[in-house]
Design a protein around this ligand. Sequence first.
Ligand code: CMP
Length: 142
Amino acid sequence: MILERTLSIIKPNAINKHVIGNIIKRFEDNSLFVVGLKMIKLNYHQVSFIYSEHKNKLFFNELLEFMTSSAIVLLVLEGHNAINRNRLIIGHTNPAYANIGTIRKDYADSITKNAIHGSASQEAANREIYYFFKKNEIYSTL
Ligand code: CMP
């Protein structure tokens, strides 16, 4: 097993449902531990950076509007196989296909308002984590 870090973003609709604590508990119960945390309001540039691969997609403007609509929570999560396990706990991008017990099954409202983001790969995780966090803002206990 590989020890990894990944980034999750608790999206505006989940913030508005007051389930930040519930979502963090799901990660902690699955041995994905919070080693970095920030609550911020994203701007256009930050959303464009995170979702650069989607900038030319038809849904990008809707995604941009949603992601800048209120505060979000950034979580750096650490654990064994953190990147894949984070995505399993989160569930399918489209909540219509999300498994029972996943975060998106419980809190997503649509494919855009799907409650939470998780880094898709090791490369994406490093890119996303170090865009938002300085090295001394991550508090690994290992
Ligand atoms: P996320 O995992 O944050 O990564 C990219 C996001 O783009 C995704 O969650 C969705 O919120 C959004 N997205 C992906 N595909 C679509 C789509 N077909 N229509 C609308 N939004 C989408």
